[in-house]
Design a protein around this ligand. Structure first.
Ligand SMILES: [Zn+2]
Length: 409
């Protein structure tokens, strides 16, 4: 009972805190353009951005409240335990089969329940503000591909975890850590060559002026042009982006076609230079090592709880069940993972400054600044988010912070 109350308390606390933070954030969105951007930013777009954030805020109040009420009901009425009992009696009580079926049911159920919200967000909100490029057909195809991948990858990872716990008991964590580290390494290495192509098409840069300009820059910093690709982001959203991924031979810089469409050649080279900066400063390897360490800590703590019957009883289970323990642990561990997440965001924001600095010194600051302004305009960004929100949740510094850092403010 005590554990159940602690879990419900944590869920309520995190819900309440999330509401406060997003309310503060909406209030922080000014009605007037920040002084330093007065002549450089589209005033209409800025006015529109308030509407966009207000609409999203109202939507998230509704969605957040429903999911909060449902979570508390599931916990308070012991529905996890009931599902466990029902599956045991009617489907299987196999040590590994039962947890796999249990998580499969929860994964599908919770995702199906979120369909109406995802649908509304894509086809009503994003559509209204001109972002949506997705067709209902693509929406469904994405869902099916997502399920297939989720079931295969989730099944393999969970299967390995369950098998190790079943055969090694508390000592499972070291071996599972080794397994999951190899898996994360594999994912980072092959993300753009195996996983991304399931959803998007990557093509090499077309011949032409842009390719020539990029080639010139890439040669000056010794980055191979073969590793630069264009992605058809426009089939889902008008929002633009670019990213760096992988390492070694599999390193890739990916530019969205929507980025190429809206930015000048100079701006594109500047954005590319920023991504090369992430590579040159080893940011991918750095965050990979940190996530591996984080995972190790989490698994060690998990090993102390994974076989404790109290956690299962707290979720309404009749007997000790590893899947109930995993869910309870996930909820109890959430404050710690939030703290770790804040640390990762801090590091990520520092890395963004580093990559900006790299672009400014190896190419030029002005076109990067222009590109950032345009990106924020086109995405209807909140230019003045609440500082707490930035500190806790932002992986990138705000536009004004980045311009100040580029000495363009
Ligand atoms: Zn970056």
């Amino acid at each position: 009972m005590t554990i159940l109350w602690i879990i419900i308390g944590l869920v309520a606390l995190s819900y309440g805190w999330g509401r406060v933070l997003s309310w503060l954030n909406l209030r922080a969105h000014g009605r007037d353009l920040p002084e330093s951007l007065k002549d450089r930013y589209d005033a209409d777009k800025y006015a529109q951005s308030y509407d966009y954030h207000l609409t999203n805020y109202r939507f998230s109040i509704f969605q957040g409240l429903l999911s909060f009420i449902l979570t508390v009901m599931v916990l308070a009425f012991g529905w996890f335990g009931e599902l466990d009992g029902w599956l045991r009696a009617n489907v299987t009580d196999h040590a590994i089969g039962l947890p796999l079926v249990f998580f499969g049911v929860i994964y599908i159920l919770s995702d199906v329940m979120s369909w109406p919200f995802q649908w509304y967000h894509t086809f009503v909100i994003e559509e209204k503000f001109g972002f949506n490029k997705m067709t209902p057909r693509l929406f469904v195809i994405d869902k099916l591909k997502g399920y297939l991948m989720g079931i295969i990858l989730g099944g393999v990872i969970l299967g390995a975890l369950l098998w190790l716990v079943d055969s090694l008991g508390e000592g499972f964590w070291i071996w599972f850590w080794v397994f999951i580290s190899a898996f994360m390494l594999f994912m980072t290495f092959f993300y753009t060559s195996i996983f991304l192509p399931i959803f998007n098409k990557l093509t090499p840069l077309e011949e032409g002026e842009l390719r020539a300009a990029i080639l010139k820059y890439a040669q000056s910093v010794n980055f191979p042009l073969d590793n630069i690709f264009v992605m058809d982001g426009s089939k889902r959203s008008a929002k633009a982006n670019a990213f760096f991924s992988g390492f070694g031979k599999q390193k890739k810089i990916v530019l969205y076609d929507t980025l190429i469409e809206k930015h000048s050649q100079e701006e594109l080279v500047a954005v590319l230079a920023h991504e090369v900066g992430h590579y040159k400063r080893n940011h991918v390897k750095q965050s990979l090592v940190l996530s591996l360490l984080q995972t190790g800590v989490m698994l060690f703590v998990l090993s102390r709880f994974v076989l404790s019957p109290e956690l299962s009883y707290a979720l309404g289970g009749e007997v000790q069940a590893i899947h109930l323990n995993l869910i309870a642990f996930g909820l109890l561990f959430s404050p710690i993972s939030s703290v770790l997440g804040v640390g990762m965001n801090l590091l990520s924001r520092k890395n963004e400054y580093e990559a900006d600095h790299y672009a400014a010194t190896t190419y030029a600051a002005a076109p990067l600044g222009e590109a950032l302004i345009k990106l924020n305009e086109n995405h209807l960004s909140n230019l003045t988010p609440h500082p707490w929100h930035v500190f806790l949740n932002y992986s990138h510094p705000t536009l004004l912070q980045r311009l100040a850092h580029l000495k363009m403010n």
